[in-house]
Design a protein around this ligand. Structure first.
Ligand SMILES: Cc1cc2nc3c(=O)[nH]c(=O)nc-3n(C[C@H](O)[C@H](O)[C@H](O)COP(=O)(O)OP(=O)(O)OC[C@H]3O[C@@H](n4cnc5c(N)ncnc54)[C@H](O)[C@@H]3O)c2cc1C
Length: 390
């Protein structure tokens, strides 16, 4: 049995049953797109600290954005499996710059589920084409994990909201044309006073700060955002006022699954590359893999990545049936991110000094993976969520 994870439909745990043949045909298309439009340019984008808008437009016309969005708004009306395939191809190539999953699987669903019909028609077709890039702004300089402590406010005045405050660490922040801003519409009500409001990038009073320098994800733009008396129509509210926290809780499992799916593929691919490297690299007259210590490290890594593949596919299958719980999504994110970080650290070590060099993929993958333990809810918050169910 060929378990090479680089082959469609295969994984360390054997054939994958979570996808059908249409999914795998789509993977071929995504893979070709990545090889042509992304992989050759990604190192330059890492130096630039951002990807060009042109790749968003190319991805839009190739049908790589918003696969789940219904056809009437320009999507493909497909299931989350298609999104998962795009996420896996990002992980396979470790081309982390294009923030497609954030846009397609995190931002767009809020708009598609909660915006007014008129706003959906205004924004969604452009989002599917890659002309309107989305971001979501929850985190502020003074708070991240504890959403109820946010200080950004949206005060209602007639038919408008007036937004004041600042956000930080916002992915796609520099490129974003439309930002879902989480703000307090009832500051005294804690988590029950949060609303989600869409703010177009050209709204007067809305400014983008610097593109933040990070230790990894170098091609991904991450920004501070400032709001000073920004006025937007009340029609830009998503869903109902003061229900924002509930909407976030409802959508976060998919965001966490995105991180787990990426971790599962990343571990399989980097394991394969590390095995190849240690077979090639000689020390003391023998391949590095022939030292029992190193072979055991790789054997442990293979066993763990195999186990996680089964669990990640299980969660993916549950999500495709609409049955992924908050708790299981948190479990998948916690295990995936923590395991990926441990394994990548071992893989880097097995590369010796070359592992520390930016031109070797493992070094960049190691730095890129570190964020998995922090964003989308940190590992500690995942433990809190799981702990509450005990
Ligand atoms: C590259 C990058 C991209 C990001 N993209 C986005 C984005 O697009 N949109 C967005 O809104 N945010 C984004 N974030 C922000 C990210 O979600 C937050 O950084 C994260 O939620 C943690 O919040 P914080 O940084 O304020 O840490 P804090 O909340 O200050 O936490 C500090 C430490 O305390 C721990 N901690 C906090 N609460 C508890 C608790 N109850 N029990 C135990 N430990 C606890 C945390 O786990 C952490 O270890 C991004 C961050 C980065 C770095």
């Amino acid at each position: 049995m060929d378990t090479n994870p680089a082959l469609p439909g295969r994984s360390l745990a054997g054939p994958r049953t979570v996808y059908n043949s249409d999914h795998e045909m789509f993977r071929d298309q995504v893979r070709r797109f990545f090889e042509k439009h992304i992989v050759p340019f990604h190192r330059q984008w890492e130096r630039d600290g951002i990807v060009p808008r042109s790749v968003w437009l190319e991805a839009g016309s190739a049908g790589l954005l918003c696969p789940m969005l219904s056809e009437e708004y320009g999507g493909a009306g497909a299931d989350f499996g298609y999104s998962a395939i795009i996420i896996e191809e990002i992980a396979r190539t470790n081309c982390t710059g294009p923030g497609f999953p954030l846009h397609s699987d995190i931002v767009v669903p809020y708009v598609a589920d909660l915006a007014t019909e008129e706003r959906k028609r205004d924004w969604l077709p452009g989002m599917a084409r890659g002309e309107i890039i989305g971001a979501i702004a929850m985190t502020e300089p003074g708070m991240g994990s504890d959403l109820k402590a946010m200080r950004t406010t949206a005060r209602r005045e007639g038919d408008e909201y007036v937004i004041n405050g600042s956000k930080t660490f916002i992915s796609n922040g520099q490129l974003a044309d439309l930002v879902i801003v989480c703000a307090k519409t009832d500051p005294a009500a804690g988590r029950k006073g949060i609303s989600l409001i869409c703010v177009p990038a050209d709204a007067p009073g809305f400014t983008k700060g610097r593109n933040l320098e990070k230790i990894g994800l170098h091609a991904q733009d991450t920004s501070e955002l400032f709001f000073e008396d920004v006025r937007v129509p009340v029609a830009n509210l998503l869903g109902e006022e003061n229900k924002g926290f509930n909407y976030l809780i409802r959508n976060l499992p998919q965001e966490r699954l995105v991180i787990a799916v990426r971790a599962a593929m990343g571990m399989e691919v980097m394991l394969e590359k590390t095995v190849a490297y240690t077979k090639e690299r000689q020390a003391f007259g023998q391949p590095v893999i022939d030292f029992q210590h190193n072979r055991f490290k790789l054997a442990d890594a293979k066993a763990q990545a195999t186990m996680f593949r089964v669990f990640a596919d299980h969660c993916l299958a549950l999500h495709l049936r609409g049955e992924l719980t908050v708790e299981l999504a948190a479990t998948a994110k916690l295990l995936g991110a923590e395991m990926q970080n441990r394994l990548f650290d071992d893989f880097l070590q097995l590369h010796g000094g070359y592992g520390y060099m930016a031109e070797y993929e493992i070094g960049r993958a190691w730095a890129d993976a570190r964020i998995g333990r922090i964003y989308g809810g940190s590992s500690e918050i995942m433990r809190e969520i799981i702990g509450r169910t005990l």
